[in-house]
Design a protein. Structure first.
Ligand code: FAD
Length: 314
């Protein structure tokens, strides 16, 4: 019965929410409340917890958050895990903690450089690329974890060559990854063209687009510039004249993102949206509401849904 209900849910496109790890204990508590509230009102298929540049207390907070969201809040959780500042023993600890909490989903990443470093450097006794981390997880845990990887439809800031990026993406999938989550983007035509190229390159795992809500003009520009992504001219034309009115920027920005998601969902490549919530509720839910994706009474399940049937449905 549960599977049947689940399949009804899956007949609509599905979505997931990404949260980053707050720096304070109070921030963590607020986040648990928000995650729980957002889960109750919108039933995401899973949630992601980002990984803070390894080694310090911040990365311990990542594993704690994963463990609590999976085993206490009961949310299907995906743990991001990076190689930055991580010796293998630390990777082992993180994986063991995820395993013990019942978490079965890892987004395996190389990681960004730590804040105080310009270039990324491998840690002695650690891994240099995400593909090495994936091989290691597969070797140690077999098929226990579902492993996702990062995809770059707009290119990776350190590697402008498109073909090389496709080659590296394929290496990650060949090493054992079974889904791709992309960087944020606003250029849908470029994204759809990239999906076509990914498929032509022989990569056949599900592609999940990373959707960044527009919550304010300055943040919108800052995030796009940080990720080095293209902003289509019509976004500027609509948002620049209203840039000082936050509420209007959010309203028009949401319309733009909704229009973008509609085009993605009708492209034939996409059946799931991954929303970068930035730990905020309103903008993410506005997008889902306008897309008519929020659950109806019948679709509301009292128990969390396993990702396993979802994988088969994509
Ligand atoms: P890789 O795929 O290993 O690539 C790293 C670099 O090496 C790239 O420049 C690539 O072109 C190059 N490369 C890859 N393979 C080879 C090869 N065989 N030979 C030569 N060069 C190669 N960062 C965090 O710190 N924490 C997070 O939680 C986090 N979450 C993210 C979630 C998503 C969806 C995305 C898209 C990114 C996320 N990031 C996160 C950022 C990510 O860590 C950075 O973009 C990082 O620079 C690259 O990680 P990767 O896993 O794509 O690395």
């Amino acid at each position: 019965e549960k599977l049947q209900q689940h399949q009804e849910v899956c007949s609509k496109p599905t979505y997931s929410f990404e949260y980053f790890v707050p720096k304070t204990t109070q921030g963590v508590q607020n986040l648990y409340d928000r995650m729980d509230k957002m889960y109750q009102s919108s039933l995401p298929l899973f949630i992601d917890i980002t990984w803070n540049a390894g080694g310090g207390t911040l990365s311990k907070l990542s594993t704690e958050l994963v463990s609590t969201s999976q085993s206490v809040l009961g949310l299907e959780t995906c743990m991001h895990l990076t190689c930055t500042n991580m010796e293998i023993s630390m990777i082992d600890d993180a994986l063991e903690s995820a395993y013990n909490s019942g978490c079965q989903n890892i987004l395996a990443l190389r990681g960004d450089p730590p804040r105080d470093a310009v270039n990324w450097q491998p840690t002695e006794g650690g891994f240099a690329y995400a593909k090495d981390l994936i091989s290691y997880i597969r070797c140690k845990y077999g098929d226990y974890f579902d492993i996702g990887v990062a995809g770059y439809p707009e290119g990776h800031p350190e590697e402008p060559n498109k073909l090389k990026n496709l080659k590296y993406l394929k290496e990650k999938v060949d090493a054992g990854a079974n889904f791709i989550v992309t960087q944020m983007f606003y250029d849908v035509d470029n994204f759809i063209q990239w999906c076509k190229e990914v498929r032509e390159f022989g990569i056949d795992v599900p592609i999940i687009p990373g959707i960044m809500p527009i919550t304010g003009y300055a943040a919108f520009l800052r995030r796009a510039s940080w990720g080095q992504i293209n902003i289509p001219k019509y976004f500027f034309a609509l948002l620049d004249p209203i840039k000082d009115n936050d509420e209007l920027v959010r309203e028009i920005g949401t319309k733009l993102v909704v229009e973008m998601c509609r085009k993605l969902l009708s492209s034939g490549y996409i059946n799931h949206l991954h929303i970068y919530t930035m730990n905020l509720e309103k903008a993410s839910l506005m997008i889902l509401e306008q897309l008519d994706l929020l659950p109806t009474e019948n679709e509301y399940l009292t128990e969390p849904i396993s990702m396993l049937p979802w994988r088969k449905s994509l």
